[in-house]
Design a protein around this ligand. Structure first.
Ligand code: SF4
Length: 310
């Protein structure tokens, strides 16, 4: 069988489903290549898989010529993410090699989920609908890691899983640089969990402060974690959800407080595509998320985009 792959909207981030699909087909002796709209008219693939992550990005712009087309991902099936991969594909070691040219970092990096799901059920988040409202272990680390120097975890809330100790030990023993790329839940952080995290080789850990009303509960948690690890802000990212149910003043307050506690805030705009160009929320995002500008310009009012800094 001749298989074509289309990563519709992945930019600098590999598609885990496509890497697993590639591994599965290659293990069956099929040929797998990135779909090429020019050659496909001469020699069309038997099957094309299209993966789309975001709902607001444009769809693939060329006609797809194949006997069968399978579309997947949240970008096509919001909010549930569509059909799950069959178990023999979901649990296969990903074929990272398909991204070696597009994203060179993939040569040294393993990507995957140790757990799925989250018990929180936040209104703005699709994890509960997509993965379930309980965090469950879904893989051992070796399922997607084979000695790479770096591990990028995609788990939504690993420390809400009852198996967090065992999974943490796997990460510690790997000796690899670990990046918790999604927002870990600082509200459920305990001293014991922090100790385990501190024993990992952490490249970066991301938390989230999405709800302004969590202020009283969340600030001591951030302070305790910082005091225990003593890590610099380059390791400590915090996603700050804006444009959902907070005021602009509450957004700035969270940003300033996080910075003052020694964390790197990172603004996430809810339904960004609906925010008009030139809106101050977009400006605030450009200010905060550019580390050089945010480091040199202390206050939003002083941020002058024409100069590029404050
Ligand atoms: S805690 Fe995070 S992952 Fe869980 S539902 Fe809320 S936003 Fe989603």
């Amino acid at each position: 069988m001749k298989v074509g792959l289309i990563d519709v909207d992945g930019h600098n981030f590999p598609s885990l489903p496509l890497m697993k699909i590639s591994a599965y087909h290659k293990s069956n002796g099929d040929s797998v290549e990135w779909y090429n709209p020019l050659t496909a008219w001469i020699s069309p693939p038997d099957r094309v898989y299209m993966s789309k992550v975001f709902t607001f990005t444009p769809d693939y712009q060329y006609p797809v010529n194949a006997d069968e087309i399978i579309k997947g991902g949240t970008g096509y099936s919001y909010p549930d993410g569509g059909a799950e991969l069959a178990s023999e594909i979901e649990h296969i070691y990903p074929d990272y090699s398909i991204y070696y040219e597009k994203i060179p970092a993939v040569r040294n990096t393993a990507y995957g989920f140790l757990t799925r799901g989250c018990p929180r059920g936040c209104d703005f988040c699709i994890v509960g609908a997509k993965e379930g409202k309980c965090t469950k272990k879904v893989a051992e680390l070796r399922e997607f890691w084979n000695g790479q120097k770096n591990i990028v975890l995609l788990d939504a809330n690993m420390f809400a899983c009852k198996d967090w100790r065992e999974l943490s030990v796997q990460l510690i023993d790997s000796g690899a640089w670990v990046n918790f790329s999604q927002g870990c839940d600082i509200r459920i952080m305990t001293e014991e969990k922090t100790e385990y995290i501190a024993r990992m080789k952490i490249k970066r850990i991301h938390f989230a402060w999405d709800r302004y009303e969590d202020k009283k509960e969340i600030i001591p948690q951030f302070e305790k974690f910082k005091a225990f690890t003593k890590w610099g802000k380059e390791k400590l990212g915090v996603y700050v959800l804006c444009n959902f149910n907070t005021t602009f003043e509450q957004d700035l307050e969270r940003i300033y407080m996080l910075r003052d506690m020694g964390y790197n805030p990172y603004v996430m705009l809810y339904e960004k595509e609906k925010i008009p160009r030139g809106h101050r929320l977009r400006k605030m995002q450009r200010w905060v998320n550019n580390r050089i500008i945010f480091g040199s310009c202390k206050r939003f009012e002083d941020f002058d985009e024409r100069k590029g800094h404050g």
